[in-house]
Ligand binder design. Sequence first.
Ligand code: GH3
Ligand code: MG
Ligand code: MG
Ligand code: MG
Length: 323
Amino acid sequence: EATGASLGWQDDIEEVQDTPEDLAKGTILIVDEQERVMERIAKALSDVGDLTFMPGGEDVAERARGKNFDLIIVSLTMRNTDGLRVCSKLRTFEETRNVPILVMVDDGNTKLLVRALEMGVNDYVVRPVDRMEFLARVKTQLKRKRYADRLWDNFHLSMQLATTDAVTGLYNRHYLTSHLDTRMKVAHQNAKQLSILMMDIDHFKKVNDTYGHAVGDEVLKEFAYRIGKNIRGVDLAARYGGEEFVVMMPETPTDWAYMIGDRLRQEVCDNPFEVGLASGPISITVSIGVATSQESQTPAELLEEADKALYAAKENGRNQVII
Ligand code: GH3
Ligand code: MG
Ligand code: MG
Ligand code: MG
């Protein structure tokens, strides 16, 4: 008695159930010159995608840029458009490089298909196209695209979590120290001066004791915002510890760094913090230490030098900048 397996046939494959997310529509671009083919495709794919049609033209790839398609289907047998060329352009443009491409090719035209596959198209269907097979291949590409998008989003999110401080949105200590290492090397190579400010909010414990920890957090956020307002785009601000912050300033001599630090100190001192959770404005002052990197100094040594200056500022009565 012949079993299904001996016939090379399996009836017992369980049908894979689509999750709701699998069933979400993708945006699909279809490139073909034949209107009747496009009508058929529209019918076959109306449930799985929002469809855009482009009837060929050499600038198809250019027009597809910035449209954020989830899948692009290209006919390789157009009369007036070189489908292969379209695919190759889609693979070169940054915006379309990672969009899956499915090509339609005539039965027997293996040479063309091989070239398309070498170019990096993701899948193909052979004409005459079987509707069910076509639909299955399209769905598979859409699923893979969704999966890839999710991985990419997660990657960005974890990068963000690994490099930034959740309370203030500034870079974290780990990011600062690794970045400082690179920037100090660059500075020394180019004989430029790199300065840092090490800042610590004065008597911050009192803020917490008086207004509570939640208000304390708001004050830290506002302080981070004020730092941001006072530095340049090339500077980097980080939360170094609890109520301690560091600003790294490339190509900045000591006296400039001092000026920027003192401007921030003055601004904080003159403008009490209005934070949502507190009943009235909160007066804050900050002490700041400045250090400028020297050849052969390590990031740790530079930070140590700034920390000593900060300590001197505290000892000397707080609310001041010390070099
Ligand atoms: P000084 O002028 O000598 O710096 O005094 P200080 O009170 O600021 O310094 P101290 O180091 O004694 O206390 C720092 C306080 O900062 C204690 C700690 O509870 C608070 N702190 C640290 N991290 C956070 C935070 O994320 N949120 C809040 N609300 N408070 C924090
Ligand atoms: Mg302290
Ligand atoms: Mg403090
Ligand atoms: Mg401190």
